[in-house]
Design a binder for this molecule. Structure first.
Ligand code: GTP
Length: 285
């Protein structure tokens, strides 16, 4: 999806329509880039609904960074924890945490002698963050359409998650913040923005630079590069690094030159597939 003001207004209206039916919101973020994968107006759009923050794709994220992010959200009064929607890791924790958020309402109903109904929940998040995958995990069967390209979510019904929670079968789709170039880079590197829309070499350079700065030890082995430049902002030096990686990975075109586009794509795909280890591209402090 390419977001224009009209799309954002429509997306917001659609979420506001759903919110009328909802008790608790499950906000899905990418554990590798929690703030960059967050809608800039989410507090305003959700208008104080009880909310649980889930840091998804934690299988790809740096566990130390994730622990810091959990603390970051807790400090803001938002309960948060990591999950892997794809494998189902920690997904069983969701229902008890949602129940905690709604417990005061259930107690109030019981006090009035009303039989409490199932808690109604909605998953919201930016494209490709794993909303459909999580819905399928919670449903225990394949319902929502999933795909590795942004913008695949279709179909509206309630899905029973046990007897205590009903989940709306279509998630709320939010737009990310694009204004900040670094945010755009992180979204692109993790796959939240379609590859066709990007300059691959810029993203690959961003990834290398971030990894050298934050995952310095062992970086040479990871990339198969002997020497790393002192000045990471020197583009010629960085191109040499890219060429070294490309040569190592066999991205050679005729005449022995390195195919930098192909090298960039390999770097980005390896990162997204977790082949470079568990890497987070954003830290809270
Ligand atoms: P839209 O339909 O575009 O709004 O996307 P969505 O938020 O519904 O995402 P979807 O569930 O389609 O997942 C996007 C991609 O992320 C798919 O390729 C999933 O397999 C992958 N994915 C989802 N959860 C995880 C996870 O926990 N770990 C990893 N590694 N991949 C995941």
């Amino acid at each position: 999806i390419q977001w224009f003001p009209g799309h954002m207004t429509k997306a917001r209206r659609q979420i506001e329509d759903k919110l009328k039916l909802i008790d608790v919101v499950i906000e899905l973020l990418d554990a590798r880039i929690p703030l960059s994968s967050r809608n800039p107006m989410v507090d305003e759009i959700l208008k104080g609904k009880p909310r649980l923050v889930l840091l998804n794709k934690n299988d790809l994220a740096d566990p130390k960074a994730t622990a810091e992010w959990v603390q970051y959200f807790a400090d803001q009064g938002l309960p948060a924890f990591p999950i892997d929607a794809a494998t189902g890791t920690n997904v069983k924790e969701i229902l008890p945490r949602v129940k905690q958020l709604w417990a005061h309402k259930i107690e109030a109903m019981l006090r009035k002698g009303i039989n409490p109904r199932a808690i109604r929940a909605l998953i919201v998040g930016i494209p490709n963050v794993g909303k459909s995958t999580l819905i399928n995990q919670l449903a225990g069967k394949k319902i929502a359409a999933t795909g590795d390209k942004p913008g695949v979510t279709k179909g509206q019904q309630w899905i029973k998650v046990g007897t205590e929670m009903d989940l709306l079968d279509t998630p709320g789709i939010l737009w990310p913040k694009f204004e900040d170039q670094m945010v755009g880079m992180r979204l692109a590197a993790t796959g939240a923005i379609k590859e066709e829309l990007l300059h691959l070499d810029e993203i690959a350079l961003f990834v290398i630079k971030y990894m050298v700065q934050h995952y310095g030890a062992g970086i040479q082995e990871r990339f198969g590069v002997q020497d790393l430049p002192d000045d990471m902002d020197n583009i010629q030096e960085m191109v040499k690094v890219m060429e070294a990686i490309g040569r190592k990975r066999g991205c050679i075109v005729s005449g022995g030159k390195v195919d930098l586009d192909k090298t960039s794509l390999i770097i980005i795909r390896d990162l997204r597939a977790g082949k470079m280890g568990r890497i987070s591209l954003e830290k809270p402090f």
